[in-house]
Write a protein that binds this ligand. Structure first.
Ligand SMILES: NC(=O)C1=CN([C@@H]2O[C@H](COP(=O)(O)OP(=O)(O)OC[C@H]3O[C@@H](n4cnc5c(N)ncnc54)[C@H](OP(=O)(O)O)[C@@H]3O)[C@@H](O)[C@H]2O)C=CC1
Ligand SMILES: Cc1cn([C@H]2C[C@H](O)[C@@H](COP(=O)(O)OP(=O)(O)O[C@H]3O[C@@H](C)C(=O)[C@@H](O)[C@H]3O)O2)c(=O)[nH]c1=O
Ligand SMILES: [Mg+2]
Length: 283
């Protein structure tokens, strides 16, 4: 199986590389070879490499910055994934794409099912929803894997932010009313490879959820990170109103992962185990 992967430096892209299954030839394209602001180039790379499956692990992920750069975020997260999906549909090959809990409005307190109504609260969420809609409209075999709160030993993520801030502060004020599932990038990569192999064999497809269990607030997650890392920092739980940001964020980010288990046998990720691995990697 030949897999074409967009993205080399991101959290999920790095873990896809580390976990390439035996017998898979992976071609990885970074921004230099395939800039997602340029859909034609990305489509032409699919033609040139003639893969059996395409995985898009690149995206515009700066949630607050997207408020001021929505057109750019929409090109990268919406227009180009749509063009990639149409190219894959023309070739009859599966297209796998990663999306986000931020497509939901965060109401209620029950986990969102994959077919629940969307209603993004911010520009990043709207740009990711545009990608989902364009991919479905392409009409080819595809999987949209929505995940949440991605963490790893690399890149920009909440684990690394908490460890960094704990070096210079005695107290961290963290929101306690946004609840979701932290998800190790390593587990997302494993899930994507399982899905890619199944889909090349003609199995599965559609929109799926994959997140770490159990659900926790950002403050609860911060406490776990700092305790496990042995950092003596006080976490003060605050409401979202006391941590103003350019982009609004959903309060309820819980994702119902049952469909992924039913179609691919992939069970939800255990974020505490993943966190232990990340802290080991960082030490
Ligand atoms: N991070 C999170 O908490 C969550 C992420 N997701 C989704 O998961 C997927 C993977 O996210 P994650 O691994 O965390 O992403 P990262 O923020 O770690 O990395 C983003 C990647 O996208 C690449 N990229 C950005 N802009 C372009 C561009 N114009 N052309 C080419 N490549 C570009 C970056 O390359 P470069 O290094 O060159 O900038 C980098 O490789 C994305 O679809 C994201 O929306 C979903 C839920 C939560
Ligand atoms: C640094 C900090 C953050 N926070 C809050 C802000 C926010 O609500 C929450 C997490 O902060 P972040 O900036 O890591 O969150 P954010 O970048 O919005 O994370 C999101 O990224 C995108 C790409 C996704 O798709 C989402 O699933 C989600 O992971 O913690 C505090 O309350 N106190 C603090 O000191
Ligand atoms: Mg962020």
């Amino acid at each position: 199986m030949k897999a074409l992967i967009f993205g080399t430096t991101g959290q999920v892209a790095r873990e896809l590389d580390r976990r390439t299954p035996h017998g898979v030839q992976a071609i990885r394209l970074g921004r230099d070879e395939a800039d997602l602001t340029d859909p034609e180039t990305c489509v032409s790379m699919i033609g040139q490499t003639a893969p059996d499956v395409v995985i898009n692990a690149a995206a515009y992920t700066a949630v607050d910055r997207a408020e001021a750069e929505e057109p750019l975020a929409t090109t990268i997260n919406g227009t180009t994934p749509g063009a990639m999906a149409r190219s894959c549909a023309d070739r009859g090959i599966p297209f796998l794409h990663v999306s986000t809990d931020y497509v939901f409005d965060g109401s209620g307190d029950t986990p969102w099912a994959p077919d629940a109504p969307t209603g993004p609260l911010n520009a990043y969420g709207r740009s990711k929803l545009a990608g989902e809609e364009a991919i479905r409209a392409a009409g080819g075999p595809h999987a949209i894997l929505r995940t949440s709160w991605v963490v790893s030993a690399h890149g920009s993520n909440f684990v690394r932010t908490m460890l960094r801030l704990s070096e210079s502060r005695e107290e961290l004020r963290i929101v306690d009313d946004q609840v979701g599932g932290p998800t190790p990038a390593a587990d997302i990569a494993r899930a994507l490879w399982t899905m890619a192999q199944a889909m090349v064999a003609g199995q599965g497809g559609g929109t799926y959820h994959f997140a770490g269990q159990p659900a926790v607030s950002w403050a609860g997650f911060a406490e776990e990170i700092l305790a496990r890392a042995g950092r003596a920092v006080t976490v003060t739980q605050i409401p979202t109103a006391e941590y103003p940001t350019p982009a609004a964020r959903p309060l309820n980010s819980r994702l119902d992962c049952a469909k992924l288990t039913a179609d691919f046998g992939i069970t939800p990720s255990d974020w505490k185990a993943g966190l232990a691995d990340i802290l080991k990697d960082l030490s």
